[in-house]
Design a protein. Sequence first.
Length: 231
Amino acid sequence: MSQAAARGPGPLEVRDLGRLGYAEAHRLQQELVEERLSGGAPDRLLLVEHDPVVTVGRSPRSESRAELEALLAGLDCPVVEVERGGEATWHGPGQLVAYPLQLLGEGRRDLHAYLRDLEQVVIRTLAAFGVEGRREPGLTGVWIGPQKVASIGVAVRRWVTWHGIALNLTNDLAGFRRFHPCGLDAGLMTRLADHVPAGTVARADALAAFEAAYRETFSYPPTPGAGRVPG
C-alpha cells in the first residue's frame, strides 16, 4: 500500500482560480499554508492557469547561475525564483497548474513517496483521455513516450505541502525553447492535446479528470466537484 493509500478519508476543498498571475497565486498559497498550519482549515487543492512566467527552483543544475541568468534575461515574461525544488520551467495559458496544500500526517512524511503520488495523479489524469503516461527513472515528472508532459516541484513548510504540478494541455510549447526546462532539452516537452484524437483538450474536462485522480490517489472522498468553491 502506498503512503497515500494509508491516509483515511478527509475533507478537501478544491478551488478553481481560473487565469491568475503567478505573484498573486504565490501569495495565496502562502496565506493558505498558514491557515492549514493553524489547524483551522482543511486540505486544499488550487487549480489555476497562469499568465506567462518562468519560475526557477532551488536546485538549477543544467547551467551555472550566471549562464542561467543570461539565458533567461532575454525572455519576454517575468522570471521568478521560488522555494520549490527543481530547476527552471515555464507556465502559461493552456497549462493546468495544481497546487496541493495538504498536511502530511504521521506515517506519510516521505517526500519521495509524495512526489511519486503526484506523478500517479497525472498518470491517472492522462488515462482518463486514453493516453498512457509513464515515469522516467531518476527524474521527477510524467512522460508520454519519450516526451515530458508534466513537471513537478514542491516545497513543504512544517509538513504542509505547497507548489506542485504543471501539466501541459494546449499551451504553446515555444515558451520552453529559450532555456533548458527542468534541465532538459526543450524539444522533449509535449502537451496532452497532441496525443488525443480531437487535437485539443477542454480545460473543464481536464480539471474534472485531475480532481478525480487526485482524490483517488490521496484517498479523499470520491466526489469530484462537491468540495469545489469559487477561486
